[in-house]
Design a protein around this ligand. Structure first.
Ligand code: NAD
Length: 341
């Protein structure tokens, strides 16, 4: 429970809105929450979930001045226009991922950042399974990182504000960057737009890191997912993230909350490279609901606002850096060649 009361403004209350509301409730801070959404249905849903009518509105201006911090949960292609005046007003900002739809917009917002805290909503940085794997990587237990293999796909609605690169791949690109402690130096990608809506619905992405390590990421909404999605009803998802190093590997299945830590090293024995397999651990990490992970993101955001911790996912790496990677992915797919960053 976070004790210091805050005046919070949340802009946008669509599909992910109730999860954010539940996260503020889990932190004991929902009494300071105000919500703005231009949609009548979204505002009604918010009131139905118990937010008092005088704290739900259609205009940002009604609540902005008294807001200590602002959370932007509008569609991705609206992030720039929503965030620009907020940054100019000096507000602390939590912007859902991806920070913006384009690189130019990301650079535009970065140029407006002053002393305030700005965090991008990279959910998995607050997920206990990812945090456990990050600790394994940082302690050297997996050795020298060689490969990330990640899959984020399943039958689900094709969003109106972005493709699967901007919506899904960003999560695992960020997680790969986080594990590798930096951005890739080159990318190559293949994308498809089967629905002809101007956004990708399938993408195969390879990221190349300075160490020589590579990441391979498959995303799409046209192929099956193995499990029911825990945020969007009626959708299916596979969300698997594997990181392999010279001393072992970690496998996360986010849909089943399962983590496997392989302690294995290849050794040259009698002229053959054989795995010296010292076993698999399945460490127990509490199964967490999405709202609890978002509460973890918010707690980190508040710590950064209060100067108690660095920003969990900052503008430079996770806003502009990610926008550069996404821009290179789209150019690579269009030009059918590897793009250096
Ligand atoms: N971190 C995660 O895991 C995660 C999960 C889901 C969504 N997201 C991100 O959150 C954002 C919203 O996603 P969603 O699924 O809730 O979208 P959504 O399309 O379901 O809802 C968006 C809401 O924003 C409102 N809106 C539109 N224009 C607005 C404006 N100018 N100002 C204020 N509100 C406006 C709409 O009326 C709608 O209610 C997206 O950027 C998405 O990528 C992140």
């Amino acid at each position: 429970m976070v004790s210091l009361a805050r005046n919070i403004l949340q802009i946008g209350f669509g599909n992910f809105g109730p999860t954010h509301l539940a996260a503020w409730r889990a932190l004991g801070l929902a009494d300071g929450l105000h919500v703005v959404d231009p949609g009548d249905g979204a505002r009604q849903r918010c009131r139905d979930l118990g937010l008092p009518a005088d704290r739900v509105g259609g205009e940002v201006a009604a609540f902005l001045e008294q807001a200590d911090l602002v959370v932007v949960l509008a569609p991705t292609d609206r992030h720039f226009e929503v965030c620009e005046p907020l940054l100019k007003a000096g507000k602390h900002l939590f912007i859902e991922k991806p920070m913006t739809a384009t690189l130019a917009e990301a650079e535009g917002l970065a140029a407006l950042c002053g002393d305030q805290t700005v965090q991008v909503g990279f959910y998995f940085r607050a997920h206990p399974l990812a945090q456990r794997v990050k600790r394994e990587v940082d302690s050297g237990a997996l050795g020298e990182l060689r490969y990330v293999s990640a899959r984020f796909h399943g039958f689900k609605r094709a969003r109106g504000d972005s493709g699967v690169v901007g919506n899904d791949a960003v999560h695992f690109i960020d997680q790969a960057n986080w594990m590798m402690s930096g951005l890739p130096v080159a990318v190559d990608a293949v994308t498809r737009d089967h629905f002809g809506r101007g956004y990708d619905d399938l993408a195969l992405i390879r990221l190349f890191y300075p160490s020589g390590a590579i990441a391979n990421i498959e995303v799409g909404c046209i192929q099956p997912g193995r499990w029911n999605d825990n945020i969007v009803p009626g959708s299916t998802q596979t969300k698997e993230f594997v990181v392999a190093g010279s001393e072992g590997a970690a496998e996360i299945d986010y849909q089943t909350s399962e983590l496997r830590l392989h302690r294995v090293r290849h050794e040259l024995i009698d002229g053959l490279w054989r795995p010296n397999n010292r076993g698999v651990e399945l460490p127990h990490e509490a199964i967490v609901e999405p709202f609890e992970v978002v509460a973890g993101e918010f707690a980190a955001f508040l710590d950064a606002v209060d100067g108690k911790a660095p920003v969990l996912a900052g503008v430079e790496e996770c806003g502009v850096g990610m926008a550069r990677v996404m821009d290179a992915i789209h150019r690579s797919a269009k030009q059918e060649k590897r793009i250096a960053l």
